[in-house]
Design a protein around this ligand. Structure first.
Ligand code: KG4
Ligand code: ZN
Length: 340
């Protein structure tokens, strides 16, 4: 099977061709970073227009790179939510039109489901696993028991972790997107130099809160900060995040063991999972607990069409007759509501 995947939920227009034997034949990503940079964040209206301008070309190049004609794909998978409504409409309508024109199934993909399943494209990971899904819009811990069998066990009560990286980078004037900028600055900083809180780290639940950490960083920022101080703040902030994720996953893993009598594999995904420092922290935890740890390669952590195509393939394995021409975009589509 060969599936064309289309992703347009935020600021990347992406199209990819992926085969059911786990080959990524193409994964074309047109990033809008430079367009949104002057605004310090994604501007939804500009994002929608940019998707309209780019989508045809991105799809054409993805087919060309894979050396596949549109008529030869077995299905088209497109992000139907959650995300920015304008971008979702562009991608889903383009995909519906193509699917109808070649008389092939359309599969509406939940963007979070794609992040959740993506690690199975690059690694041999069996269900169930414990997933830490950390992106610009979400911070969740889930038990992944199978395709469409997702149990949400922890989530953020305010900001998403990636959003917090972006806002802190803005305070430090490090640029957009903030995640990679903070990771880079942190390499030159002292992670013990600035005292910052770790909200909810010892809370009974697996939920997160990042807004207090963000405000605490704001309290350390001044107009006359030297580069050294910025690097120290970046490193100390990243360490706080690392400590929080470590503790929550440790707790989730212990709970899983209590509930199911075996230790879970741990999977880290979403844009923030491209952070090598955070990956190393969770790898250490996994080694201590003697469990397997997986994270997709950096370029597949952030939004891309290959993860959408792969989620389409997983959905097809589950139900070979699937066809969702009637699906509508859902900007607030929750992952744990999928199978209901
Ligand atoms: O998954 P993604 O591409 O888009 C959403 O679905 O939201 O995630 C984007 C988020 C942004 O907030 C970005 O700053 C963050 O992932 N991010 C990182 C890194 N690379 C991207 N955060 C920390 N460290 C990174 N290296
Ligand atoms: Zn994403």
């Amino acid at each position: 099977m060969i599936v064309l995947g289309i992703e347009t939920s935020c600021d990347e227009t992406s199209a990819a061709i992926v085969s059911s034997n786990k080959k990524i034949l193409s994964n074309v990503i047109s990033s809008q970073i430079d367009i949104h940079k002057p605004f310090g964040g994604v501007v939804p209206e500009i994002a929608s227009r940019s998707h309209v301008q780019n989508i045809d070309e991105v799809i054409r190049i993805s087919l060309q790179k894979a050396n596949v004609q549109l008529e030869k794909v077995d299905a088209i998978a497109a992000t139907a939510g959650p995300g920015l409504i304008g971008g979702l409409i562009v991608g889903l309508l383009a995909s519906k039109s193509m699917a109808l024109s070649i008389n092939k199934p359309l599969i509406g993909i939940n963007h979070l489901e794609a992040h959740a399943l993506m690690p199975r494209l690059t690694n041999k990971i069996v269900f169930p696993y414990l997933l830490l899904l950390v992106s610009g819009g979400h911070t969740q811990i889930l038990e992944i028991h199978g395709v469409r069998k997702y149990k949400l066990i922890g989530t953020t009560l305010d900001d998403a972790c990636g959003e917090c990286f972006d806002k802190v980078a803005k305070m430090l004037d490090l640029g957009f997107p903030g995640g990679p900028a903070i990771e880079n600055a942190a390499k030159f900083g002292d992670d013990e130099a600035i005292e910052l809180p770790r909200p909810m780290i010892n809370h009974l639940t697996l939920d997160f809160s990042f807004s207090g950490l963000k405000t605490a960083v704001l309290g350390k920022v001044s107009d006359t900060m030297s580069e050294k101080i910025k690097n120290n703040i970046a490193a100390s902030f990243q360490k706080s995040i690392g400590d929080i994720l470590y503790k929550k996953i440790e707790k989730a893993s212990n709970n899983f063991y209590k509930n199911y009598s075996y230790k879970p594999n741990i999977v880290f995904s979403g844009g923030v999972a491209s952070n090598q420092y955070l990956k190393n922290r969770l790898l250490n935890l996994s080694e201590l607990n003697k469990v397997n740890f997986y994270a997709p390669p950096r370029e597949l952590c952030t939004d891309n069409g290959a993860m959408i195509a792969w989620a389409g393939i997983e959905r097809l394995f589950e139900n070979p007759n699937i066809c969702e021409y009637e699906i509508a975009v859902n900007p607030r589509w929750q992952l744990d509501k999928l199978h209901l």
